[in-house]
Design a protein around this ligand. Structure first.
Ligand SMILES: Cc1cc2nc3c(=O)[nH]c(=O)nc-3n(C[C@H](O)[C@H](O)[C@H](O)COP(=O)(O)OP(=O)(O)OC[C@H]3O[C@@H](n4cnc5c(N)ncnc54)[C@H](O)[C@@H]3O)c2cc1C
Length: 412
């Protein structure tokens, strides 16, 4: 094989195929579309990356998404009581932010990769570098299979096996947060937020989101601090006791403000088995995303898993895929190891400084002091909101100022 992608680099695979490069995708699950009841908010940086990957890709995804023209955030329990901010972003068109069910986005990406090149039920165990190729060892049911590729991309998420083989001691970091989310089919059953708006409530580390996810689905998310279940808990869909825990957490929050009431309405309308529970983890920024001779490289959550707060995980995975498509296709056509090496070095120069900033900002949006600079813990809601907006405008401006800082009042 010329290129092997250890999963989820579906966007990268789609882009490479559209440039005539036959990239193979290996996914550990029996199906490419694994349901975690999640929807993803995307913005101008994701759209520019998607269209750079393959013309028309952002329009295809937008066609099943819901447009979100404004974001409304209520900070509860600040010195001035509840403080609410509503924003749209300067210089951004009304239709440039949208929310899409993650499984719908993945289906669209998968439809652009020929089925022959997708290999499900292949869980990477590890890899080793050989003279001319990289040998990949996969668990396929009861068997172990070995494939060889000239070039490998590790796009296998936060628990990446590729990253583990590259950095054996490195592990995901637990952020002391537990998260529940659900996609509720809601063709007019209940109304819990304004149309075209992301509605968020915050009180310290507790955060909720309510938004239309397209295709008649409402997404709700609740995240709270939790230091008790880091060990032994596994991610997955809830039973009735899980739903009862979510309602208990909301009742505690309702004690401080009625602003949480719409979330309660949405949760009560959700069946327990539709609620996905997970612990939130991230990865500490790395200085290099490739192995020593640049034939194996990381992207997406495998390279830079972050807290989902600023909604940049999937957006920046698409940016990675875009840059890799542009850099790899001429290098693979030239065919020399030196060209590939130069492409990977350039990819790292473009991506690592930007992603280090984004990962660090995402960590501070946990609102947990362990993961924030001390001075950020002192900011007022107004200053936090200014900082958030400045960060989002800079992130959205991709690929402009790709390695630079925001032009900053708040973002220092
Ligand atoms: C609650 C929540 C809300 C979010 N909201 C947003 C948002 O609004 N906007 C945004 O941009 N991002 C958001 N994100 C982040 C976003 O979902 C992730 O950053 C994105 O899914 C990363 O994509 P990925 O392809 O790198 O990894 P993943 O989506 O995790 O995919 C990894 C894939 O690799 C496969 N795999 C794992 N191990 C192996 C192996 N050993 N062998 C083969 N295959 C393997 C897995 O089965 C999986 O299919 C959110 C995340 C969460 C949890």
């Amino acid at each position: 094989m010329e290129v092997a992608i250890v999963d989820a680099g579906l966007a990268l695979a789609a882009g490479l195929h559209s440039r005539g490069i036959q990239a193979h995708v290996f996914e550990k699950s029996p199906n490419l579309i694994v349901d975690t009841a999640t929807a993803t908010s995307l913005g101008p940086n994701a759209s520019r990356a998607l269209d750079g990957i393959s013309v028309g890709l952002s329009a295809a995804i937008k066609s099943v998404a819901s447009i979100t023209k404004t974001t409304k955030v209520t900070f509860c329990g600040s010195r001035n009581g509840d403080e609410t901010f509503v924003t749209r972003y300067d210089g951004v068109r009304d239709d440039e932010f949208y929310v899409v069910k993650w499984r719908s986005a993945r289906s669209i990406l998968a439809s652009r990769v020929p089925a022959l090149y997708i290999h499900c039920s292949h869980a990477l165990l590890d890899y080793c570098l050989e003279d001319q190729s990289v040998a990949l060892r996969f668990q396929c049911g009861g068997e172990v299979a070995i494939f060889r590729a000239k070039f490998v991309v590790g796009a296998d998420g936060i628990n990446s096996a590729v990253r583990r083989a590259m950095y054996p001691a490195d592990r995901p970091r637990d952020l002391h947060l537990i998260n529940w989310n659900a996609l509720v089919h809601n063709p007019g059953r209940f109304s819990v937020h304004d149309r075209d708006q992301i509605a968020s409530i915050r009180k310290g580390p507790s955060v909720s989101f309510l938004v239309d996810a397209g295709e008649d689905y409402t997404l709700w998310v609740l995240r709270v601090e939790d230091r008790s279940t880091a060990k032994g808990s596994s991610d997955g869909f809830c039973d009735e006791s899980g739903k009862a825990r979510v309602l208990q957490e909301i009742d505690k929050l309702l004690g401080s403000s009625p602003a949480w009431e719409p979330l309660k309405v949405a949760v009560e309308a959700t069946e327990a088995g539709q609620i996905f529970q997970r612990r939130i983890k991230d990865r500490i920024p790395l200085e290099s995303w490739s192995d020593l001779d640049h034939r194996v490289v990381l992207m997406g959550d495998a390279a830079h898993a972050m807290h989902w707060g600023p909604g940049q995980g999937a957006r920046t995975a698409f940016e990675d895929a875009h840059q890799l498509c542009e850099l790899l296709s001429p290098a693979l056509a030239a065919g020399s190891p030196e060209d590939l090496k130069r492409a990977v070095i350039r990819y790292e120069e473009l991506r690592i400084p930007r992603m280090t900033r984004i990962q660090n900002f995402a960590a501070e949006t946990t609102s947990i002091a362990d993961f924030m600079p001390a001075w950020v813990t002192e900011l007022t809601p107004g200053d936090l909101w200014g900082r958030w907006k400045e960060f989002q405008q800079w992130a959205a401006s991709y690929p402009l100022n790709i390695t630079g800082d925001p032009d900053s009042t708040y973002f220092k």
